[in-house]
Design a protein around this ligand. Sequence first.
Ligand code: ADP
Length: 302
Amino acid sequence: MTRTPSSPSSSCGTCDRPDCSAKAPRPGEGEAEFVERRELEARLCRIRHRIVVLSGKGGVGKSTVAVNLAAGLLQEGHTVGLLDVDLHGPSIPTMLGLERQRLGGNDREIHPADVGGLKVVSIGFFLSSPDDAVIWRGPLKMGAIKQFLKDVAWGDLDFLVIDSPPGTGDEPLSVCQLIGRLDGAVIVTTPQRVAAVDVRKSITFCRHLQVPVLGVVENMSGFACPKCGEVTQIFRTGGGRRIAEDMGIAFLGSIPLDPALADSGDGGEPFLRRHADSPTAERLRRLIRPIAALAAAEQRPA
Ligand code: ADP
């Protein structure tokens, strides 16, 4: 993934804003650093809304939510990118049927994959086999994430949805530090206390980094009968809602355990596309609404 940097004298040409932070070097910033920052900002300033999907634990459905959030925003007519920086367990390629995908590009930029209009980049595309493991320390991970943000030709996007690894480690930290202005984080949990306790850590992490929390999603909340769609509560539910209330943040909604949702993930197609008319799809669309409203709010006259 070696790219040729642009010359320091060339204009980034993205915007004419007099307050653009990429117009001039910051005090103490070296030339190479400035060129790199300007390239990063030139890409990012074409992305109107940046959403990171976080979870305290693995396996709670964070990637499932990220894929369907991206698919739902696309279905509403937005231009959407999906970036998978779950360096240790990239599941987006499987969930979108892109397991053997390789990306095109040239010496200046990488072209994202296109799945029915959704632009997708995953670390999984750069591994020689799905069994490969990424064994990198913090600075390498930060470098890879920076490259995804700086060198990928996302173009003009209404939304970039970023699927981050679970926890509060290097990758979510790198995303939050590099991306500048994040619209906010969607935090996914399951109803059980053991998962919900970690959500508090994710919320605290966002608060430290001044990343707004858009809300909590409680996934695997009850079981949706494949025959009639009725949701049966098999474990205690409501953990996500309680934490959201306790910590003064929005509760976006709950998603039941639905075998069709797991099948869609394994089958490489977003559930919202494959089962658009199901009750679970309706629940997913409901929890996406406040996020889609970010774009509507921006278009409304002041
Ligand atoms: P994470 O990103 O948090 O590790 P994933 O989104 O990869 O979790 O989900 C883990 C597994 O659980 C996947 O096989 C996914 O298809 C499945 N899954 C997630 N949410 C649901 C759900 N509500 N109903 C059924 N299966 C689900």
